[in-house]
Each structure stands twice: as C-alpha cells, then as structure tokens.
Design a binder for this molecule. Structure first.
Ligand SMILES: Nc1ncnc2c1ncn2[C@@H]1O[C@H](COP(=O)(O)OP(=O)(O)OP(=O)(O)O)[C@@H](O)[C@H]1O
Length: 619
C-alpha cells in the first residue's frame, strides 16, 4: 500500500521511538502510526546565520498558544530541538533514542531531496542579476489608508520580529531579503495568526502571497491538528491554496517552497496541462500545503486521490476572479460539496487587489465571523505606476506600438533593459501580433490559452530571463504574475472591465518599484472612459481632456458588460457588510477598528453583469 510522505514519516518516527523495533539493518521499523508535526521533522542547524534580530533566545518551552503575537519569540533557540514536549493536540514523538536527525528513514530521506529553492535565478541575464539587489522602496506604501472591520480586530505589527512565526520561517524571510512587512502583511499576518477568517484587499504587487503563506506555514509548524487518516493512495493536505491560472499556481508554489524551506512543511502544486501522473507521484510523497488550479483539483478529488477532510487553512488568491460567474460553480463544488470542513472548522483567507461588492457578498458564504481588510482603496491602482492613455485608431495600433518600443529602446531606464508586456483581447490577436513583432525585428513571444502548457512555460521563462523582452498576452497573464523587470505594460486592446485593467497594469510597479502603463483607447472602448478616468484621477495621474470628454458622454456602466463599477459616484472600497442593503442581523461591527479611516461610500452599484470571461486555464 502506498502511503503519503507525511504518513510514512509518522510511521517511521513513531516506531523508532515507541517500539524500538529494528530491521535487519539495525534500523527501527514502524509498527503503528503516530503523527509527527512538521516542525519536528526537519530540525537541522541553519545553513547560514540570520541577523541577530531574527535569532531567538527565549526558552524553547515558552510557547504561546495559537494566535499569539508577541514581542519575543517562543520558538526555541537556534538548533536546539524541543522533542518530547506535548501539547497543541498532537501526538508528539518522544524525546528518547537518537532523535530525528540521526535517522535514515522518513524525513531524513525527504530532507535530502529538498532542493534549495533560493537558487532558481540562474537563467537571468547578467544585467538582470545586477539589478536584483537594488533594494525595495516600501516607504512608497507607508501612508496608504487602511480599513479594517469586524469583531475584535488584532492590532497590526510593524516588524517581522514582533510576530511569532518561528525560527525556520524567520530565516527564510531573511533569505528572501524581506526586511520589514508590507502594509498588507502588517495587518493580515496578525489577523490570520489569531485564527480569524479574512477577506483582504490590497494593491497589486504589495506582498499578498506572503501575507497568506506565512500564517499557513507557521500554523502547520505548530501542529494544531490531529493525526491524519491514512488511506490507500489518498492524501490529506492541511492547507489548500487555490488560484485561477496554472502559471500563478506555479509561482505561489515556488514562493511557498522558499518560505517553507527547512521547516518540514511540504508544498505540492497540481495544475492542468501538465502530466497528472507526475503530480500524483509528488502528492504521494506527502503534502501539507496543496497549491492548485480548481480544474485539476476537481479531477484529483474525483479520482479519490486527494481528500479535503483535514483542511485547516483555505486560501483563495485572486478571490474575486475565483468567485466570478465563470468559476464560482467549481469553487463551490470544491469548498462546499466535497469533504472540506465547513467555515469555522477551517480558517479561510480571501485575497485580491479588487473585490466588487457582489463578489464580497458571494464570498461571505465561505467565511465565518471574518475580518475585512482594505489596504488602499478596494480596486485602486498603485500610484507607483505612471498611467498613460493614448487615442489610437484600431488600424494604427501596430505602428504606434512600434514607436513606443523604439522610444523605450532608445531612452531605456538609465540604459537598462526592461521587459514589455502587451495585452491583447484574443488568442489569435496575440499570435498575429507576436508574428508581426518578430518580423519587424523585435524578439517577442506569447502566452494564451491555445498554447500548450509547455509552450506557455517556455514563453514565460524566455520573457522573465530577458531573452525575449516582449511578451504578448491575453488575460491569462493579467493576474498575480510577479515578473520583477516588467517596466512597461501596454494595453494594446483595453479590457472591458476596469478591474481587469487594474490587474493588468499591476504587472509593473511592484514591490515598491515604479512602472509605466500605456493604454490604447478608441471609440470601441467608450464604456471604459469613465471608470478609466476615475481610476487615473484617483491615482493622481494626468487624465487627458479628450478622455474626460468621453467619460462625460459615456453612460457610466451602461453597456460596459463586465464593468462592475456602475451605479454612479466615486468608486471605492469598503466592507460590503457596511452597506445599508446588507441587513443580516449578525453583529459584525462590534469591534470595528478603522486604522486609516477613509470614509467613502461604496460605489459598485448592482448591475454586475460581468460575463464569464474565462480566458484562463482551469484544468
Ligand atoms: N516584506 C517584503 N519585503 C520585500 N519584498 C517583498 C515583501 N513582501 C513581498 N515582497 C515581494 O514583492 C513582490 C510582490 O509580491 P506578491 O506577488 O505577493 O504581490 P501581490 O500583492 O500578490 O500582487 P498581485 O495582486 O499582483 O497578485 C514579490 O516579488 C515579493 O517577493
């Protein structure tokens, strides 16, 4: 019978310690299973010393309960293992014997396989590598307004040192060169560590991935769960992170592997378009955190290869996308119709840069007594991005694009190469523009739903590395992708939804860096005139007079299809529970805590009307 990696570790551990049985090699063999929490699986001295502020000196047995935010760490000092202590509702292997690090079975083997995830930039061109350590200007986010609502909101922190994330995770934060938490991390991490459900909205590129990964990894390390069942070839992850596209799932997986390096927490990714057998084999080696696209996950659930019964943490990245009309049924199936614990019995975290009110309303079905967090206004773009909009007739778009690229090449950003991401509406349009660019001597590649997964991954690699500095993409690349050197996003075809525009331009101007976004506008985009003008004005951008005229002529929200900011008035973000129209009797506001206090009224009127817009890969 095949068992999961975690189970086999547990078996080996329990046996070695509890029974002392030996095999013919003198190694101890399992006779019964005992769950071993991940923080006990992979103890080993750090490979490099973190700075003093990340080291802890308090006694190892000075742990706080789940949810503790503390000014000193309670995770034990250095490499001293704290085997043998009980607590946190788990069976912990005894202290005796030779300890984990001297065993040759289970985790020892697993640890040997753990590839260092911090060394994957070898494909970068030298120029990009030189730019890597230029430093991140997070002061850019310092005066951002923050709104929180819900009961008893835990206070934010200012430094990672204030949060009890554990030594191993702290070392990885240091390896990632994260010096201080971004605003969304300052608020979201304490909220999540306190065990609260969360709906969080924060601007593109502001560090949401770490905001949901850190509490999950830390929570799993603390082992707040009972022994996992063992069944033939079924694996029981403790956390599930869902994202709408294959590439984003891969990216989250890569990030989560960095954050969980040498913590003993195992992260596996499953997404469509890639061989399922390989993913099954990986799952069988054990999984604590499963990162997945919904289509492939449904497949695994239907094959009875994954059970969601033990899920303690559910995170939906790009949550509004995951719950919009195209994707909602699949998400409901996963979250409500399989064996996942119900809200309250699991912790649920929803993150996005945009959160229309209709979607907030839908999302509330998945949450229990949650906290709403908005860092910056919901759906706003960061003012790190310089936004330009130019009136370009359909027939002139190509030559105009060529002018832009020429100008960019000549001026450069202090002579440095930057990447250009060009968004188009259709897959055919993407192929034909790529072809034309290449014909004209501009190295370009493309990513869209008609390309094979291998082609998509190759395109992304070539682009990221700077070898092919122009990527023509459909909306499949609009969300979440974190490509460090994208200096220019061109909306060759504008989307029909202002939220899609926000995500697209958010591929630049990330992590405190500045970026440029140029949109081509013409008569075909008149329904976007007003939301675009409003968004630009809010982000302190120069709005051309002609766009303002278009905006005043266009019926706001009328016929815009997926334009959710209909309904008049300034759009803005806030917890939909504060709307008069939301009349549940639940006491949601008892402990409302508004840290930034921008009091604007929500402007996403009803209407909705967003279409399916399914451009991403779901299988
Ligand atoms: N505390 C931090 N210090 C320095 N860099 C950070 C920190 N947190 C995150 N980053 C970096 O910021 C970049 C953007 O982070 P991330 O991709 O999580 O943004 P996001 O908010 O999820 O964006 P999007 O809305 O586009 O998905 C990443 O390169 C990440 O490594």
């Amino acid at each position: 019978m095949t068992t999961s990696w975690a189970d086999s570790v547990a078996n080996t551990a329990s046996e070695n310690v509890a029974t002392g049985a030996s095999n013919s090699n003198g190694l101890k063999r399992p006779t019964r299973s005992t769950y071993v929490p991940p923080h006990l699986r992979n103890r080993q001295p750090p490979s490099s010393d973190p700075p003093a502020q990340l080291q802890t000196s308090s006694p190892a047995n000075d742990r706080v309960d789940y949810g503790g935010i503390t000014t000193k760490s309670h995770w034990g000092g250095g490499s001293r293992p704290d085997f043998g202590r009980t607590g946190h509702n788990v069976s912990i292997v005894g202290r005796g014997g030779s300890g984990w690090n001297s065993r040759s079975g289970g985790w020892e083997r697993g640890r040997e396989r753990e590839v260092n995830p911090f060394g994957d930039d070898e494909n970068l061109t030298q120029e990009f590598r030189d730019q890597e350590n230029m430093g991140i200007n997070f002061e850019a986010y310092d005066d951002i307004p923050v709104e929180t609502s819900g009961n008893n909101v835990p206070p934010p922190v200012n430094t990672f040192a204030e949060i009890d994330l554990g030594d191993a995770l702290n070392q990885n934060i240091w390896r990632c060169k994260y010096v201080k938490p971004t605003p969304v991390q300052r608020y979201a991490i304490p909220i999540s560590l306190a065990g609260r459900d969360l709906m969080a909205c924060a601007q593109t590129g502001s560090g949401k991935t770490a905001a949901f990964c850190f509490p999950i990894i830390s929570g799993i390390m603390r082992g707040q769960y009972v022994q996992r069942p063992r069944g033939a070839r079924i694996v029981y992850p403790l956390a599930l992170i869902l994202s709408p596209t294959r590439e984003l799932s891969c990216q989250i997986h890569n990030e989560a592997r960095k954050f969980s390096y040498q913590t003993g927490v195992k992260v596996v990714v499953a997404y469509g378009g890639a061989p399922i057998n390989q993913q099954l084999r990986e799952l069988e080696r054990g999984v604590d955190i499963l990162v997945a696209t919904p289509g492939r996950l449904v497949d695994l659930l239907e094959r009875a290869r994954v059970s969601l019964q033990m899920i303690r943490y559910l995170a939906l990245d790009e949550a509004d996308r995951m719950l919009d009309m195209g994707f909602e049924p699949q998400i409901r199936k996963i979250v409500e119709q399989m064996d996942m614990p119900s809200p309250g019995a699991r912790q649920t975290m929803l993150f996005s840069a945009t959160f229309p009110k209709e979607i907030q309303r839908l999302a509330s079905d998945f949450l229990s007594n949650y906290i709403f967090l908005a860092v910056g206004r919901v759906g706003s773009s960061t003012d790190l991005i310089v936004q330009r909009v130019e009136f370009v007739h359909e027939s002139d778009k190509r030559s105009h694009l060529m002018d832009l690229i020429h100008a960019q090449k000549e001026n450069g950003v202090q002579g440095k190469q930057t990447l250009t991401l060009v968004f188009v509406e259709t897959k055919k349009g993407a192929d034909s523009l790529e072809h034309w660019l290449c014909l004209n001597g501009f190295p370009a590649t493309t990513i869209h739903g008609d390309r094979t997964q291998q082609e998509r991954e190759q395109a992304l690699r070539l682009f990221k590395s700077g070898k092919t500095p122009i990527l023509v993409a459909t909306d499949v690349a609009a969300r979440g992708l974190d490509i460090p050197h994208v200096g220019h996003v061109v909306n060759f075809d504008l989307p029909n939804d202002i939220d899609d525009y926000v995500h697209r331009i958010g591929r630049t101007g990330r992590a405190g860096k500045t970026g440029l976004a140029t949109a081509f506008f013409n008569e075909n985009n008149s329904s976007m005139a007003r939301p675009l003008a409003d968004l630009m004005q809010e982000a302190n951008q120069e709005v051309p007079a002609w766009l303002t005229r278009y905006a005043s002529r266009a019926s706001y929200g009328g016929g815009g299809g997926r334009n959710r900011r209909s309904g008049g008035g300034r759009f803005g973000g806030r917890d939909f529970r504060r709307d008069g129209s939301f009349n549940r009797t639940t006491d949601y506001y008892g402990g409302a805590n508004s840290s930034g206090g921008y009091g604007f009224s929500g402007g996403y009127g009803g209407g909705g009307g967003y279409g399916t817009g399914v451009t991403s890969a779901w299988d």
